[in-house]
Design a protein around this ligand. Structure first.
Ligand SMILES: [Mn+2]
Length: 349
C-alpha cells in the first residue's frame, strides 16, 4: 500500500510539515480549491500545489477530487463543454505526475451527516447520521448548512436544481454516467491516470435524489460501463460499510483481485440498531468494521494502490474542519501501518 493523507491546501490548519511527521507517510491527497466546479485548473495552480507537496518531502500523485459539474450528472446539452474541461484537467494532472483521481457522481450533495460534533462516550466528538434527524430536514426550506453542501447555492438555485433532478431517474443517471465515462476514460488511459469513483455516502437515496454507487450489484454494473483498468474505484469502507446490506469484505476481495481498486479510504463506522450510524475511531472494537480483516484481504491480494485513513474524530481539544483534524487521522494512519507491517512480517503464506 501507499499511505496517503488528505490535505486541503495552504489554508488547512493541518500543515504538510505536520503530515510529514506521521511515520511511513508517502502521498498527499489534495486538489486545486480556488477554481469553480467545471472549469479548467491552471497549469500554474497545479504546479504550485505539486511544488509545495514536494518541498515537504511528500509525493503529489493523488487528487481528491476533480468535481463533476451538475450539468454532466443531469445530462444537459451544456455538459459537453464541462466534459471537455474535465478531459483537459485529467491531461494536465497526468502531465504533473498524478496517477489517481478520486471523484463522485452524487447529485447535489456530497457526503451527508446530520450532526458534525456529536460528543461520544469518551468525550471526543464525531460526525453522525441519525435517521430520525434526517427525516426532519428539508433542504429547500430549513436553514441547513452541512458538510459537502455547496454553501454557494442560494435557496432558489437549490429549488431549481431539485426540479431538474425530478426528471432524472436512476436509469437516466446511469446513462449520464456512462456518457461521462466514455468521454473521460480514454483520456485517463492516455494520460497514465486511474479514475477512482467514490461511493455515495451514505449509500442510499437522500431527499429523493437518486444515488447509484451504493452496492455490489451497482458497482459491478459501474465497472462494466467502461471495462478498462482506468475505470476504477475509491473503496471507502465507511461509506459502503455503514449498512450491513453490503458485504464489504467480499467486495474488497473481488475488486482488488480484479485490479479495479485504486484508492482505499479506510475508516470505521458504528452501525446503530435503526440503521443510523456514528463515525468512530479506526480501531475495530470502536465500530462495526473489522479493519485488520480489510487490510489482510488487501495484503493477500498484493494491493499496491493508495490507502488513506478517512474521517477522524476530534480529540484532545483539536478544532477545525469536521472529520479532518490531524490527531485522530494520524492515529488511524499509525494503526493501518501497524497492521500492514505485521502482515508483511508474519502473514506470508
Ligand atoms: Mn471516503
Amino acid at each position: 500500500m501507499k499511505l496517503s493523507f488528505r490535505w486541503y491546501g495552504a489554508h488547512d490548519p493541518v500543515t504538510l510539515e505536520k503530515i510529514r511527521q506521521i511515520p511511513n507517510m508517502r502521498s498527499i491527497v489534495t486538489a486545486v480549491y480556488d477554481v469553480p466546479v467545471g472549469e479548467v485548473w491552471s497549469r500554474e495552480s497545479i504546479q504550485a500545489l505539486k511544488q509545495q507537496v514536494e518541498d515537504a518531502g511528500l509525493v503529489f500523485d493523488v487528487i481528491e477530487s476533480v468535481p463533476v459539474h451538475e450539468d454532466i450528472k443531469l445530462g444537459k446539452p451544456t455538459r459537453d463543454r464541462y466534459i471537455a474541461n474535465y478531459q483537459e484537467n485529467i491531461r494536465r494532472l497526468g502531465e504533473a505526475g498524478v496517477k489517481c483521481i478520486c471523484y463522485n457522481f452524487m447529485p447535489v450533495f456530497d457526503w451527508t451527516r446530520t450532526q458534525l460534533d456529536k460528543v461520544l462516550a469518551d468525550g471526543s466528538n464525531a460526525l453522525v447520521y441519525y435517521k430520525d434527524q434526517l427525516e426532519k430536514m428539508d433542504p429547500l426550506t430549513g436553514e441547513l448548512s452541512l458538510p459537502g453542501w455547496d454553501s454557494s447555492y442560494r435557496k432558489e438555485d437549490l429549488k431549481a436544481l431539485f426540479e431538474e433532478y425530478s426528471h432524472v431517474s436512476e436509469e437516466k443517471l446511469w446513462e449520464n454516467l456512462q456518457y461521462f465515462l466514455e468521454a473521460v476514460i480514454p483520456v485517463a488511459e492516455e494520460s497514465g491516470v486511474n479514475m477512482a469513483i467514490h461511493p455515495d455516502d451514505p449509500p442510499w437515496n437522500i431527499f429523493g435524489l437518486p444515488r447509484i454507487i451504493t452496492c455490489k450489484e451497482n458497482l459491478d454494473r459501474f465497472l462494466k460501463l467502461v471495462d478498462s483498468p482506468a475505470n476504477g474505484l475509491t473503496f471507502c469502507t465507511g461509506s459502503l460499510g455503514c449498512t450491513k446490506a453490503n458485504d464489504i469484505y467480499s467486495m474488497i476481495d473481488e475488486y482488488s483481485k480484479m485490479g479495479r481498486i485504486h484508492f482505499m479510504h479506510v475508516r470505521n463506522v458504528k452501525i446503530l440498531d435503526d440503521g443510523s450510524f456514528e463515525e468512530s475511531a479506526h480501531f475495530s472494537a470502536c465500530g462495526s468494521l473489522d479493519i485488520p480483516r480489510i487490510m489482510k484481504i488487501l495484503h493477500d491480494n498484493g494491493f499496491t494502490g493508495y490507502v488513506r485513513p478517512d474521517h477522524g474524530r476530534m480529540i484532545w481539544g483539536e478544532t477545525g474542519r469536521a472529520g479532518y483534524g490531524l490527531y485522530d487521522r494520524a492515529l488511524g494512519a499509525a494503526y493501518l501501518n501497524g497492521i500492514w507491517e505485521t502482515l508483511d512480517k508474519y502473514a506470508k503464506e
